[in-house]
Design a protein around this ligand. Structure first.
Ligand SMILES: O=C(CO)COP(=O)(O)O
Ligand SMILES: O=C[C@H](O)COP(=O)(O)O
Ligand SMILES: [Zn+2]
Ligand SMILES: [Zn+2]
Length: 312
């Protein structure tokens, strides 16, 4: 069960009421840590890269970057017993979306959520047509996340309208939908108490029935923040989506849980700790070990929490 279509992974999750973690990577080390967690927990995995990740890996060339990730992820996946897919996160630039499809990504996201509804429908439809013609599945987004997104910042959160969601899915034939229900990207998600709009989520699920995606789903793990701060980081005021709230969203129909910030924080906590304790070390294979260990732990906990452990 090697490199598979994301649709296959998410349709099973939708039928069996669990969620699969979609984990952002930019390099080899995060991928290794994520795969180790997935293997240990016998869990399906969705690996995702942003346009920025592709730009970084390809030193500016989208097709080169996309091919790099397909080679790396598919190369690993084909040797494993767990299903693994590769997804383009927040596709906004046609060049990147087409490069990902050409290179062999399993699925792409078209994020035109900053555009008016009709324009979002039109753009999403176009990408669906291209992607489906070569067997690639598509995610789209409705409503806006609060905070800063990849390339886009929206001052205030505009939550999804469930009736629009129904119309959107029917008109675009999109495979997965990310409804804005109150999360935001990054490490500073809530000023006061963490709260999401469960009613809206429930309605969107009832009206569409398709796999739903939660963006900005990092929890900002307390133990990780403590370690990072002990060794010099300043993450004051950071706050994520608590585990109980994530669990609740899965019960209400979320099947894909996007996670980037938690992995970045885990890695940097381990890196800081290791470098502090080993001032003579300069071999990257050694000084990245602790960071990888913490990423693996954070991912493994997530796979248990979301219910995908044992579903491979
Ligand atoms: O939504 C995300 C990627 O699409 C990641 O969200 P976090 O910043 O909460 O990890
Ligand atoms: O949703 C955004 C992801 O966390 C990736 O962001 P990035 O553009 O910094 O890679
Ligand atoms: Zn978006
Ligand atoms: Zn996102």
């Amino acid at each position: 069960m090697p490199y598979v279509n994301t649709k296959e992974i998410l349709e099973k999750a939708n039928k069996e009421y669990y969620a699969v973690a979609a984990l952002n990577i930019n390099n080899l080390e995060f991928l290794q840590a994520i795969l180790e967690a997935g293997i240990e927990k016998k869990s399906p995995l969705i690996i995702e890269t942003s346009e920025g990740a592709i730009k970084y890996a390809g030193t500016g060339d989208p097709l080169r970057g996309a091919k790099f990730f397909v080679d790396m992820v598919k190369g690993f996946a084909d040797t494993l017993d767990i299903p693994v897919s590769l997804h383009l996160d927040h596709g906004k630039d046609f060049k990147y979306i087409v490069s990902a499809i050409k290179a062999g990504y399993s699925s792409v996201m078209i994020d035109a959520s900053d555009k008016p509804f009709e324009e979002n429908v039109k753009i999403t439809k176009e990408i669906v047509k291209i992607a489906h013609s070569v067997g690639v599945s598509v995610e789209a987004e409705l409503g806006k996340l609060a905070g800063i997104e990849d390339n886009v910042s929206s001052a205030e959160s505009v939550l999804v309208n469930p009736d629009e969601a129904k119309k959107f899915v029917e008109e675009t034939q999109v495979d997965f939908l990310a409804p804005a229900i109150g999360t935001s990207h990054g490490a500073f998600k809530f000023k006061g108490e963490a709260k999401l709009d469960y009613d809206r989520l429930k309605q969107v699920k009832e009206l569409t029935g398709i796999p739903l995606v939660l963006h900005g789903a990092s929890s900002v793990v307390e133990e990780i923040v403590e370690i990072a701060e002990k060794y010099g980081a300043d993450f004051g005021g950071s706050k994520g989506v608590p585990s109980e709230i994530l669990k609740e969203t899965v019960q209400l129909g979320i099947n894909k849980v996007n996670t980037d910030t938690d992995l970045r924080m885990a890695f940097v906590a381990g890196l800081r700790e290791y470098l502090h304790n080993n001032p003579k070390e300069f071999d990257p294979r050694n000084y990245m070990k602790k960071g990888k260990e913490y990423v693996k732990k954070v991912v493994a906990d997530r796979l248990e929490l979301l219910g995908s452990a044992g579903k491979a």
